[in-house]
Design a binder for this molecule. Structure first.
Ligand SMILES: NC(=O)c1ccc[n+]([C@@H]2O[C@H](COP(=O)([O-])OP(=O)(O)OC[C@H]3O[C@@H](n4cnc5c(N)ncnc54)[C@H](OP(=O)(O)O)[C@@H]3O)[C@@H](O)[C@H]2O)c1
Length: 236
């Protein structure tokens, strides 16, 4: 029987991260999440503990700041629990073109979408390597595979995230740690707030959580290396 170790998810008070947290909590896994808004963290913790009756560790962390990412890793280590799953999910989408986007847009998205995952993974790897059947999911994007005209810096960060994820897969296969790169298309979350499109044109965050859960449940001999998930009517 596989032990239900900790499921660590960055940026899990809303959207895709939250759906993944609820999915694993509903299957009796203890959860550790971070985000920047403390009230949202308290709300998620209360929901997970009361509805799913599992432990939920929360920490206010800005994943775009390296020292805070390392602080999150240290706090997880101090919980003294095996880690079954790491989901590098925290990310920000700032539309813009190279020619005229605000100064710093590239740095913010690289810090939040890429370095966050690199440093959290690095800090948790010693723990992950001690776990049986550990699995790392890296939330990339369709924008890791193709560029969009008004999403240049986002796409740069997400192409790099896929490169990171592929490298990690190569590096960790000898240790039998699974690594999955997830490339979702448009998913209805607060990232799309204010967009004038019908909700049913998007995937649901629960669709993403369901495919992660399914991938996690393969036999120890198999890994899903890449998942490309799109709205039924295609990209937006
Ligand atoms: N939605 C889509 O269509 C879509 C498609 C492809 C890929 N993705 C990727 O999926 C991931 C999740 O996106 P989403 O749409 O679910 O986003 P979302 O609904 O905006 O939720 C983002 C979550 O991450 C947290 N977060 C954001 N910046 C953070 C930071 N600097 N430090 C710590 N936590 C942070 C947010 O909480 P706080 O604001 O309180 O920090 C929130 O809990 C991202 O990596 C995104 O690029 C999304």
């Amino acid at each position: 029987m596989r032990e239900n170790g900790l499921v660590v998810i960055s940026g899990a008070t809303k959207g895709i991260g939250r759906a993944i947290a609820e999915k694993f909590a509903s299957q009796n896994y203890p959860i550790a999440v971070c985000a920047r808004n403390e009230n949202d963290l308290e709300e998620v913790k209360s929901l997970i503990v009361n509805k799913y009756k599992v432990k939920c560790f929360t920490k206010k962390i800005d994943m775009s700041v390296k020292s805070e990412v390392l602080e999150f890793g240290k706090a997880i280590e101090e919980l003294n629990m095996p880690v079954s799953v790491l989901v590098n999910n925290a990310g920000v989408f700032m539309p813009g073109k190279i020619i005229d986007e605000p100064e710093g847009a590239l740095e913010t998205q690289i810090d939040t979408n890429l370095y966050s995952a690199y440093y959290l993974t690095r800090s948790l790897l010693p723990l992950i390597l001690k776990s049986d059947n550990a699995h790392i999911f890296n939330v990339c994007s369709i924008a890791s595979l193709m560029a969009y005209p008004n999403s240049s810096s986002y796409s740069i960060s997400k192409f790099a995230m896929l490169g990171f994820s592929k490298s990690l897969r190569e590096e960790l296969k000898q240790f039998k740690v699974k690594v999955t790169s997830l490339m979702p298309g448009a998913t209805y979350t607060s990232s799309w707030a204010g967009v004038d499109l019908p909700e049913d044109r998007f995937m649901k965050a629960d669709d993403v959580a369901d495919i992660i859960w399914a991938s996690y449940n393969l036999s120890p001999q198999a890994v899903v290396e890449e998942i490309v998930l799109r709205p039924i009517e295609g990209d937006l």
